[in-house]
Design a protein around this ligand. Structure first.
Ligand code: OAD
Ligand code: ZN
Length: 250
């Protein structure tokens, strides 16, 4: 199976990756829907909707600051590094991710499309102010503060620059992702349940345009029915092996 997948990749002309929370699981970042997933312990409608934020911004910010702290402790794992290596080898042209954790960037991937935002970015609820807390060097003080964060431009409440349930995806990112999917002849789908739309359309678009779907997951997902190759196992083990095989074939 791995051998077959590596041949598909080496022969490809425009391969992309589509990733979800499972690729960061081995970095210690909790997934959403697994047995110990976040949405098993918390109710998304109380923490990840615009209504929840209006009702109780303190609770929502507490949840996001907790996740920021957890993600700050996390390092990319061999799966993130393998995708960055496939890009350096010229095989992978882009990584489309549903993750907000920034670990693809930390691992060295360059062409990244973030469909659900980035947990280290904040935006104003009134004006157009946006800030990347990692880039401004404010992230440490920010996660430790118990105060509600306010906009330095207009004084309104800041919110995480992530997509909540019921909100549209960032237009530019979604357009770019769909264009990449239409062009791709292979997509490597890693660690996603494939249940959240419109993101989950990505592999279907590749397939409809005649491309191949290689899936890496510890269990079957919403994408598995259209997978040409299903590689069952941990992303942090399978992707480095796959990359090694690809390197050998080139
Ligand atoms: P999920 O939590 O729904 O799914 C995680 C997937 O990763 C599951 O299919 C697991 O089987 C798989 N998995 C777990 N550990 C793995 C490992 N070590 N190697 C490979 N696979 C592994 O996460 P997503 O599909 O990313 O949306 O969820 C999609 C969206 O739902 C998220 O972006 C988030 C959430 O609500 C927003 O916040 C808008
Ligand atoms: Zn503002």
């Amino acid at each position: 199976m791995l051998g077959h997948a590596s041949k598909i990749l080496v022969r490809s002309r425009f391969a992309i990756a589509f990733t979800g929370a499972g690729i960061s699981a081995e970095s210690g970042v909790p997934t959403f829907r697994g047995s110990d997933g976040l949405w098993k312990r918390y109710r998304p409608e109380e923490l990840a909707t615009p209504e929840a934020f209006k009702r109780n911004p303190n609770l929502v910010w507490e949840f996001y600051k907790w996740r920021m702290r957890k993600i700050l402790e996390a390092r990319p794992n061999p799966a993130h590094y393998a995708l960055a290596e496939l890009e350096r080898l010229g095989i992978l042209k882009a990584v489309i991710t549903q993750n907000v954790d920034d670990l693809h960037r930390e691992a060295g991937s360059k062409n990244i499309v973030e469909l659900h935002g980035n947990i280290f970015r904040v935006k104003c609820t009134s004006c157009n102010y946006k800030e990347n807390l990692k880039e401004s060097g404010r992230v440490k003080g920010f996660v430790e503060s118990r105060d509600l964060p306010k906009c330095p431009k207009c004084g309104s409440l800041l919110r995480p620059d992530v997509v909540w349930f019921g909100e549209p995806l960032p237009r530019e990112a979604l357009d770019k992702a769909f264009r990449l999917a239409e062009k791709a002849d292979v997509v490597i789908v890693v660690g996603t349940s494939g249940l959240v739309y419109p993101a989950a359309y990505i592999p279907y678009i590749v397939k409809e345009h005649g491309g191949k779907v290689i899936e890496v997951n510890v269990e079957r997902s919403g994408i598995t029915p259209i997978a040409d190759v299903f590689l069952r196992g941990k992303a942090g083990e399978i992707l480095p092996e796959l990359t090694e095989l690809v390197r050998g074939l080139r």
